[in-house]
Design a binder for this molecule. Structure first.
Ligand SMILES: NC(=O)C1=CN([C@@H]2O[C@H](COP(=O)(O)OP(=O)(O)OC[C@H]3O[C@@H](n4cnc5c(N)ncnc54)[C@H](O)[C@@H]3O)[C@@H](O)[C@H]2O)C=CC1
Ligand SMILES: O=C(O)C(=O)COP(=O)(O)O
Length: 388
């Protein structure tokens, strides 16, 4: 029986892959081998020594201490693309909200309650305060052309927008997926100087934290509308407030409110709703559960953010050993030599590395006893030894 702890409410679609006869799942589970999480911060958490894997039902993994997990040989998964459509749809709404003063107009209309037969007249008289430009023909810059950025860029062309994309690390998949109508931009500075609207879709990491700072916003075209459905910390809040004051920014729409941004004119705060659709919650939970189950039961690693991709179709009735180790020389020789000393024949084996980490998955018809496993654990550079 595997134990899986949940740190956030997660869709019941996890049970498709975590049946009750094989997995105990819950908030209060102790000594869990796996954790399912959405946005809960794990930075202050102590990791139990049983913990082997963390699956983020979603895209962003900035709530998980990746270095600490890697050091302990804990595999961290996410669910690429599983919530991208939900975010894309809200970003399209965000573009309209940034332009047409819909939120401000709705707020104002509420104040007319109680005016009886005058409401219609007051509406017609007051509506001119909420005039806002059309999207058609305007320039939109998309920062980060990953799962979400590509969908947003492509969809915005259907609004008749002139779309520009910036992503120095674009994947082959994204490059194939992005519409030919989207122009490639070489620098983010060139993008802010040219665009009327910018939407941010990059992960939060040391290299991207505060990327929209006073310097970059200072270069913006007057009246830029900025959308942030990625992470609050990508944008420097005081710089945004100053740019709104000076008129550089006409509007800031964010899915990540903070106290300084709430109730500020021309800031539209949405309470992190990007992925909050039943469809996306189900997709993410389904994928996260499938991936964590496949690792705990078979040692396969799909969609990890800190480990290499490694999948070996399981031959029925076989035993597996997974060795998490440092990516240094002589490891494979030491591992296979040790297994050989115990007369275990290796039927199948895969080894992959990623950065400083490597992972070797070995399949055999012979089960490995405690003696083999502890000999493997004793090899210098081995971080963790598992059996499946
Ligand atoms: N508001 C919400 O509820 C949600 C927010 N997100 C946020 O959106 C982010 C993006 O999500 P996905 O598109 O699914 O991820 P993704 O991994 O598919 O795409 C990220 C893209 O950003 C690019 N990138 C990285 N550093 C860059 C830089 N310095 N400049 C330009 N491009 C850069 C990468 O090359 C990649 O193409 C997530 O990391 C997460 O923080 C994701 C899902 C839901
Ligand atoms: O997937 C992401 O990165 C998100 O921001 C979605 O977060 P959530 O799962 O809705 O708490």
């Amino acid at each position: 029986m595997f134990k899986i702890g949940t740190l956030n409410a997660i869709s019941d679609s996890i049970y498709d892959h975590l049946p009750a006869d094989q997995f105990e799942v819950g908030k209060e589970v102790e000594g869990a081998q796996g954790i399912l999480v959405r946005s809960a911060s794990m930075h202050e958490m102590d990791f139990d020594e049983n913990l082997l894997a963390i699956a983020r039902a979603g895209a962003g993994v900035n709530n998980i201490p990746l270095d600490k997990a890697s050091e302990k040989g804990i595999v961290v998964f996410n669910t690429p693309g599983a919530n991208a459509n939900a975010v894309k749809e809200l970003v399209l709404a965000g573009l309209l909200l940034s332009s047409r003063k819909i939120a401000q107009g709705i707020e104002w209309a509420r104040t007319l309650k109680g005016q009886g037969g005058q409401v219609g007249k007051l509406v017609e008289k007051g509506k001119s305060q909420f005039v806002g430009p059309e999207l058609k023909g305007k320039k939109l810059g998309v920062v980060g052309l990953g799962a979400i950025g590509v969908m947003v860029a492509n969809a915005a062309t259907a609004f008749g927008m002139d779309v520009y994309g910036y992503d120095p690390y674009i994947s082959v998949k994204s490059a194939w997926g992005v519409s030919r109508a989207v122009h490639y931009v070489k620098s983010i500075e060139a993008m802010v100087e040219e665009c009327d609207y910018i939407t941010i879709h990059v992960p939060l990491a040391d290299a991207t934290r505060g990327m929209f700072n006073a310097d970059l916003l200072g270069r913006a075209k007057e009246g830029l509308r900025l959308l942030n459905f990625a992470r609050g910390e990508l944008v420097d809040t005081p710089a945004v407030l100053a740019a709104l004051q000076s008129g550089k920014l006409a509007c800031y729409v964010t899915d990540f409110p903070n106290d300084e941004l709430l109730n500020v004119d021309n800031v539209i705060c949405i309470p992190h709703l990007g992925a909050s659709t039943p469809e996306s919650e189900e997709n993410c939970a389904h994928m996260a559960a499938e991936q964590i189950a496949d690792y705990l039961q078979n040692g396969n690693i799909v969609n990890s953010v800190n480990f290499p991709h490694l999948e070996m179709p399981r031959v029925e009735g076989t035993f597996r050993i997974g060795v998490v180790h440092k990516n240094v020389s002589k490891m494979i020789g030491a591992i296979t030599g040790t297994i050989g000393q115990y007369n275990i024949n290796i039927d199948n084996m895969l080894n992959k590395s990623r950065g400083e980490l490597a992972y070797t998955l070995i399949e055999s018809n012979h089960a490995a006893g405690e003696d083999v496993l502890s000999a493997l654990k004793g090899i210098e550079g081995v971080i963790r030894v598992l059996t499946f």
